[in-house]
Design a protein around this ligand. Structure first.
Ligand code: GUN
Length: 293
């Protein structure tokens, strides 16, 4: 069994990006600039956005954090999105989700100029991904594909089971794994809360991507020998021994599943660090106008 070290790969990629940015600046090009809108004070969102701002510094990007209280109206938020759409210094921006309940997330996502949508959530980017055109790809699935690439994990003709059908992870993950590409070329099955015989589906899989948000869901009896296991779960579970009062739990029962695998991602230190790294890769592409002019 080989552990997939997402933390090390992410550090390596950030170094590669920083070197490229240094070269761009030397050539008199503009410094890539990511802006992030954070609404309210959700603990998870605060942590993620702080990590994104820190990663920008590591990559040599300019970053701008725009904060609003949770009582901002949808109209006010849409005005801010419009300002960023029009700001020529901003190459890409994100609106951290979830948003307060009185704001329609889909309205906000669709208001973002798709050419600056480095999260890859806009329907134009999602649609382009589906038909295999260049686009901004959602960070978590993009990070997973990059891990498979850097570990030279064979995916062609393999059976891949994706657990979960979210717009951010499950659906784009399935799309990427079935893409005519390397990594890709898998036969993909997507399982969700209404799937019967999940255990049998998983037992047939060469690659399992677990993105359900259910701690320990994938157990050893669901995994065939030699499978590749990618664990996207990051559920906060109470843990009195931690300073924060919680620890992150994956969707895979690591202790019992790991001995059966060819490769497995740990939680933390697997997929998580790659997600922010993928946002940085998208920001670099936005800064270079590499996808959209
Ligand atoms: N909330 C959880 N994941 C993400 C993400 O990738 N982007 C944004 N904007 N919000 C999130």
């Amino acid at each position: 069994m080989e552990l997939i070290d997402g933390k090390a790969v992410a550090a390596q990629i950030k170094q590669e990006i920083a070197a490229e940015v240094a070269q761009m600046l030397k050539e008199g090009k503009k410094q890539p600039h990511l802006a992030a809108i954070l609404v309210g004070h959700d603990g998870g969102s605060e942590t993620y956005v702080a990590a994104k701002v820190k990663a920008c510094a590591e990559c040599g990007f300019k970053s701008t954090l725009i904060r609003f209280e949770a009582d901002i109206t949808e109209e006010q938020l849409l005005e801010q999105v419009d300002k960023l759409n029009k700001d020529n210094d901003v190459d890409g921006f994100i609106v951290q989700l979830p948003l307060p309940k009185h704001i329609n997330e889909q309205h906000v996502i669709e208001a973002i100029d798709y050419r600056k949508d480095v999260d890859g959530f806009h329907p134009i980017n999602v649609g382009r991904l589906n038909i295999g055109l260049p686009c901004f790809v959602s960070a978590t699935p993009n990070g997973i594909v990059e891990l498979l690439r850097r570990y030279n994990i064979e995916t062609s003709s393999k059976k891949c089971v994706v657990l979960g059908r979210s717009n951010i992870v499950g659906k784009p993950m399935a799309t990427l794994m079935m893409q005519k590409a390397n990594p890709g070329d898998c036969t993909v099955t997507v399982c969700h809360s209404h799937t019967k015989n999940i255990k049998e589906e998983c037992l047939g899989a060469d690659i399992i991507v677990a993105a359900l948000g259910k701690p320990g869901f994938v157990t050893a009896d669901m995994v065939k020998d030699g499978a590749v296991i990618i664990d996207v779960g990051t559920t906060r579970v109470p843990d009195a021994t931690k300073k924060s009062g919680f620890r992150l739990s994956g969707d895979v029962c690591f202790e019992t599943v790991a001995p059966k695998c060819s490769y497995i991602t740990p939680v933390p230190g697997g997929v998580g660090p790659m997600t922010i790294c993928s946002l940085m890769r998208n920001t670099l592409l936005a800064g270079k106008k590499a996808i959209y002019k």
